[in-house]
Design a protein around this ligand. Structure first.
Ligand code: SAH
Length: 358
């Protein structure tokens, strides 16, 4: 056993079973062996594909969203354009291209900030954005981005943040933990918890065997975004797969080579995600003083922003093979991904509803 599995084994031997969040944080983000730290997982040759990697239309429409949103904020100059977890930088490159074509004043006013922990993906972003002016500044955390008017974009970022899992039993709540079993790992349950775990409120009655998930870092980031938007003019666009209402269920999953994989099977070698609880993020952002719109399905959102017209315009310049690709990408973004993926906006109180939510 090598690398991350070895590290996890030694950690469990020293301190006992790990919470699911501790396991997930190491599996994805361990500085030396973490999944995102050591590779570029995106695209056909990687483990999974995301909307901006499917089609440029996705980023272009979000670029136009940013321009309209910035105008409705009163066109502040300067303002910060912040992306959380920018992957290969494809989404931001498409955003900047479309936004600059639509409104060069937007480009002149923006300061670009990328929040990214992976050195491999930072290098990919640097390459994708080599011609971007101004050049991006990179940060490990949103807190490191200076105050002021801002627009925040996060696509498939929140699903990568660690979750804790709690299981209801007739003796009360227990936390699901990761322990050693032979050469590998297994799930075990903690003794019944003395204090109630930080569950999403308003879920009604729990039944024995129910699993509740909470993402402490996700809630913290949503509250930080809400606090910033309450203090300065701006908006955030959060796109991810998950549920609109908090619900019981174990949604932790691993994906490797575009197929499901055992969650505990190859730590550091497979992507690990959990569904995003949009209602919980909305409560955290609203609790910090911001206003929340949606979530709505990604399909309806992209249709509202005009993906139909964009696809038609691109098709006019396309050869038949490209035309088929454009149609397939539109169908995928709005069809198979269109319901599971959701879009939520967070905004400064008093601003008009963000585009797509009006
Ligand atoms: N938004 C991109 C990539 C999604 S993958 C796209 O749509 O294609 C998740 C991204 O979040 C990766 O760039 C990963 O390195 C980054 N990431 C994961 N956890 C993070 C954390 N805690 N802080 C900052 N970035 C993180």
């Amino acid at each position: 056993m090598a690398g991350l599995a070895d590290h996890l084994r030694r950690r469990i031997e020293a301190q006992g079973p790990l919470s699911v969040a501790e396991y997930m944080a190491d599996a994805l983000g361990h500085p030396r062996f973490g999944y995102y730290m050591t590779r570029d997982p995106l695209g056909a040759a990687g483990d999974f594909i995301t909307a901006p990697e499917i089609s440029q239309m996705f980023g272009e429409l979000i670029g136009l969203w940013c321009v309209v949103q910035w105008r409705s904020m009163g066109a502040p100059d300067p303002f910060r354009l912040v992306e959380l977890g920018p992957g290969r930088g494809t989404l931001m490159a498409d955003i900047l291209g479309a936004a600059n074509g639509a409104d060069p004043e937007f480009t002149a006013a923006l300061r670009l900030h990328l929040v990214e922990t992976s050195p491999t993906l930072r290098a990919a972003q640097e390459e994708a954005l080599a011609s971007a002016r101004p050049q991006p500044a990179w940060h490990d955390r949103l807190e490191d981005v200076a105050e002021g008017p801002l627009i925040v974009i996060a696509n498939e970022f929140f699903d990568a943040l660690p979750v804790r899992q709690f299981e209801r039993s007739h003796e009360g709540w227990r936390e699901r933990l990761v322990d050693l079993e032979g050469d590998g790992f297994c799930f075990v349950l903690s003794p019944p918890l003395e204090a109630a775990p930080p569950l999403p409120p308003g879920l009604g009655r729990w039944r024995d065997g129910d699993v509740a998930e909470v993402s402490p870092s996700g809630l913290e980031i949503a509250a930080a975004i809400g606090g910033r938007l309450a203090a300065s003019s701006g908006a955030a666009l959060i796109i991810d797969y998950g549920h609109a209402e908090s619900a019981a269920g174990d949604t932790l999953q691993a994906v490797k080579d575009h197929a499901y994989h055992g969650v505990l099977e190859s730590p550091g070698e497979a992507d690990l995600t959990a569904h995003v609880d949009f209602a919980a993020l909305a409560r955290a952002a609203a609790g910090a003083g911001a206003v929340v719109f949606g979530p709505m399905g990604q399909g309806a959102f992209l249709e509202a922003l005009g993906i139909g017209a964009r696809a038609t315009a691109l098709t006019r310049k396309a050869v038949p093979d490209q035309a088929r690709e454009i149609a397939a990408a539109r169908a995928r973004l709005t069809g198979s991904m269109g319901e599971l993926f959701k879009v939520m906006a967070i905004s400064t109180p008093g601003l008009p509803p963000p585009p797509g939510f009006d």
